[in-house]
Design a protein around this ligand. Structure first.
Ligand code: RP5
Length: 172
């Protein structure tokens, strides 16, 4: 069941460095994606039209990344019943706190699943979308389990390396 794709919408091309992290994870899991620049404020009609038509174009989850007074995820969520995941981007003098609050504080009835600010949030947005798709996809579920197992192994490797480094210093 891989026919559905993730649509990524970013408020500006200046969000690309952060949003590239989302793309990397989706590629790693071989999940189909598409991307567009569209702004809640600068191109509201383009943004709402996209959200209204996304479901019939085969989109299963929308990921929206924006900074500043970030209304992109909320506007998209208002126009579709697809799950919308928001990434607050730190692109203003307030370092993303403005985008976090704008994205997370949705009124009752129109949810946006809001991730952490920046690159961690961008990666987690992809993983959240993948987890949603995995509910109906055993192969994707297996990939997610292996991803988690690999992460756990990497923590053990770091643990071993830190101890080796410290013990070798103590012996010096
Ligand atoms: C937001 O304003 C965008 O998502 C971006 O994070 C920020 C700045 O946009 P630019 O002025 O760089 O186009 O809408």
């Amino acid at each position: 069941m891989r026919e559905r794709k993730v649509a990524i919408v970013m408020g500006s091309d200046s969000d690309l460095e952060v949003i590239s992290e989302t793309v990397k994870v989706l590629e790693e899991f071989h999940v189909q994606w598409e991307i567009m620049v569209s702004s809640a404020h600068r191109s509201p009609q383009r943004t709402t039209l996209f959200a209204r038509e996304a479901e019939k174009k085969g989109v299963g989850v929308i990921i929206a990344g924006a900074g500043g007074a970030a209304h992109l995820a909320g506007i998209l969520a208002a126009e579709t019943i697809l799950p919308v995941i928001g990434i607050p981007v730190a692109s203003s003098p307030l370092n993303g706190l403005d985008a976090l609050l704008s994205t997370v504080q949705m009124p009752s009835g129109i949810p946006v699943a809001t991730m952490a600010i920046g690159k961690a949030g961008a990666r987690n947005a992809a993983l959240m979308a993948i987890q949603i798709f995995a509910m109906n996809d055993d192969a994707l579920t297996a990939q997610l389990r292996e991803y988690r197992a690999e992460m756990a192994r990497s923590v053990e490797t770091k643990d071993r390396k830190v101890k080796e480094k410290l013990f070798s210093r103590i012996k010096e």
